[in-house]
Design a protein around this ligand. Sequence first.
Ligand code: IFM
Length: 647
Amino acid sequence: MAASVSPYHLIYTDWNLIETEFDHAQLHHKETVFTIGNGYLGTRGSFEEGYPRAWSATLIHGVYDDVPVVYTELVNCPDWLLLSVSIDGESFRLDRGEILSYERKLDLKQGILSRKIRWRSPSGKTLDIYFERFASLADEHVLALRAQVTPLDFDGLVKVSASLHGYPENQGYNHWEWIDQGEKDRAIWLHMRTRSSRIELGMASKLLVSGTEADLQVTSVPGYPTIETTLRVSPGQTVTLDKIVTVFTTRKVEEPVRASQDKLTQLTSYSQLQSSHVQAWEEAWQQSDILIEGDTKAQFAVRYNLFQLLISAPRDDERVSIPAKTLSGFGYRGHVFWDTEIFILPFFIYTQPKLARNLLTYRYHTLNGARRKASHYGYKGAMFAWESADTGDEVTPRWALPNQPYAEDIRIWCRDREIHISADIPYAIWYYWQATNDDEWLRDYGAEIILDAGVFWISRIEWNPKQQRYEIREVIGADEYHEQHVNNNAFTNRMVQWHLEKAVAIYDWLCSQYPEKATELQAKLGITPKQRDRWQDMVANLWISYDSSTNLIEQYEGFFNLEDIDLTHYEPRNRSMQAILGIEGASKRQVLKQPDVLMLLYLMRQSEEFPYNREILQKNWDYYVPRTDITYGSSLGPAIHAIWHRI
Ligand code: IFM
């Protein structure tokens, strides 16, 4: 088990990520890196005792609330981590005293985050302190945290406060109203409600102390119930404090406080919780691990990424999906993009299909939002949101607010034009079905999505009588550096063509296998045999800008006429090409934010369909790679180039 060293004071083995030194300049970054979760919630790796300007956050799937400009965001839920330790009146904190040794470890195999510190207080008292936490994978409503305190050179009083913090903010915005809180048998509980979406949350907690006698007291500042205890300790004596927390919301139960109290009373020991949690992780890894021998870096990297996916995939909820930044932070406000279906889903389809089904069923439950969006733009059927949240209505912000006070607001066009998402979702459904043969799910959920999004395309695609071909005009493809007058983007057109081909196949499959369901959907979605023929006609005549004499695919009509650019002239750089050239400057040049034609080739490779073949791939690779801002464009880009790089 060789260990590799990376920058940022990180060491990794094949299962563990270890931080060897604390650097407050990396506070937020490391909070994200050390996120834990269980598919119900994610908790950033902030410290139990707090730290100035920390972005402590617990995000629970589906707990959204209204917010200006970006419509809705995942709410930072009450903070369950808080546990402060003070010795003879001096609080243990990393911004005070002296850190004599430090190690933070994320154990991917067991889903446990731990931290071991030797600390000298400002007045010179030394103690060892060890923290460990997990969000139970065996029971998603259970969270547990252990603290072990060992004084090294003093007799004295250690005061411990374990709190629930009801007013955490989303970077300055508070979503919570306090309803009530209290104490029952030395356990505390808290009842809160989101301001607009009116989701109620109940959280309960107890503290188990071992290693010394302890008398527990409860204090109750509104929104901040706390269990306190003061312990007499002597050198070498270790006291263990186990904070056990339960959480429910009205998204799942009617009385979340009662549910969290009831659950809490059933939980008697930290070790038992930990062993069922570890067992659940063992099962998850048995299904999903990827073994790479002889390359610790690759082994750890792949496991770290799988871990991130496993902790963010809803196990027991089909009305939520994985946001672009998972449940690890505030980026993109917890909104769901095509990232889930196109980049994340394959992993689940092939290792944990039940979780893949949950993610796809979310799209079924958002169909009405997609229908409202289509109708808002004057189209028919289901036009999926580029950024989606709880209802499926479009939540991409219309405007981005600039950093400088007198700069212009920036219009974001993705909500209107990045419509390939309505073909990406059917693409994912199709491959889920191919891999699982889950006919029932396709009949009851998937087919309606594929067909109704197909209805949308009929109203969106235009016939060009002059050219005698179907076209899709004014879109944004996968490459978001080009957003004005992008007509016939090859990626979008081919994905739509592919989708409509499958819509015909599924329509025919329903008619032959499940005629009753076919009749039901015909009536509900207004699909007629004539429309089926339109789909076929569109498949045959939708234009794809491919030149068979050169094997080149033009990213969109006119792309090759844009000013060409040599990205090497801008090296070295530490900004995106859009930041360097400006939005308009980049849009007038042949520079891509992320793979577009190569993205299409990647997706079509799965079944070796047009335009995928090795000659076309080679030609387009040679053309597009030098023009792609792979390092500073989108984090989705490198994976696609990496896949082709090996071929
Ligand atoms: O979905 C992506 C998009 O492709 C590029 N910008 C960021 C989005 C969210 O990850």
